[in-house]
Unconditional design. Structure first.
Length: 287
């Protein structure tokens, strides 16, 4: 196993803890997202500057890096709200529909159109999603805010993965992460102020949870994932990150006593199978 694959595997394990910490509801969703990136930035940026590892990218790449940070920060914020409004399992699975959104975006806006495997996989993924959240939601069109935010998180996640792959082909990981974390921190700080979210008054366990989110789920996880993204195709990284849904579901059952029904388990498996099929290289149907 190569170093990038090892880094990706460890990064996935680190990020899988995140939904469990957020679901504890020890701090508001937006503020939790703010502290996650702020703590990571406070540790990383001084280190990068002292060791002189920061290198200014070109203006175009700098703006793209800032945009990545803004998208990533918004992604975390809406995902946190989705987790606290539903279950860690459902929110994690829905946000991991991101590979499907990449394919749809490619079909609408790019010359390189998705092949037949993508559409087959999309049908499986949507069927899995229906089983996961319950067919009555689609029949009654009762899409609550948590469901919508989880879906939106998947779209933002897809955009971030595509943009970061483009930037990381020319920018060092440490420089990229410093810029994105700083821009994420500023954006989430402003959003938290606008929505009048409290920045203090948390319990000792709440602060420990925020520290773990910043050090483990953000700094450690995304340094490793960004390193892997430099050396592995974005589609493969995106698919691999689906593993966090499985780990998050297991951890939610173990620590939060979240109920995982047979229908939810089947839906999750079909959803993940569908996403995997969208990137299967050999044609599933021969013409």
């Amino acid at each position: 196993m190569t170093k990038p694959r090892i880094a990706l595997a460890i990064g996935i394990i680190c990020i899988s803890i995140f939904p469990i910490l957020v679901k504890l509801n020890l701090s508001p969703g937006l503020v939790s997202a703010f502290y996650r990136v702020a703590i990571a930035a406070a540790l990383l940026i001084p280190y990068v500057l002292i060791t002189k590892q920061f290198k200014w990218p070109s203006m175009n790449l700098l703006l793209l890096s800032i945009l990545c940070g803004l998208i990533f920060g918004l992604d975390i914020g809406v995902w946190n709200i989705a987790i606290q409004g539903s279950t860690a399992t459902q929110a994690t699975l829905l946000t991991n529909l991101s590979p499907v959104w990449v394919g749809i975006g490619s079909f609408l806006f790019l010359k390189d159109k998705p092949k037949i495997n993508f559409w087959i996989g999309t049908v499986f993924a949507l069927l899995g999603m229906v089983l996961l959240v319950g067919s009555e939601i689609f029949i009654e069109l009762d899409f609550n805010l948590a469901f919508i935010f989880a879906m939106l998180s998947g779209v933002l996640y897809a955009i971030y993965m595509l943009l970061s792959k483009r930037v990381l082909s020319e920018v060092e990981v440490m420089s990229f992460m410093s810029i994105t974390m700083l821009s994420s921190t500023i954006a989430l700080g402003i959003l938290s102020l606008v929505f009048n979210q409290p920045f203090t008054g948390f319990s000792q366990m709440g602060w420990l949870s925020l520290l773990a989110q910043g050090v483990v789920c953000q700094l450690t996880a995304w340094l490793l994932i960004s390193y892997a993204t430099q050396h592995i195709r974005a589609t493969r990284v995106s698919i691999s990150l689906l593993g966090q849904a499985v780990l998050a579901s297991f951890l939610a059952w173990w620590f939060l006593d979240e109920q995982v029904t047979l229908q939810m388990a089947l839906g999750g498996i079909i959803l993940l199978l569908g996403i995997r099929l969208t990137f299967y290289e050999k044609p599933l149907i021969q013409r």
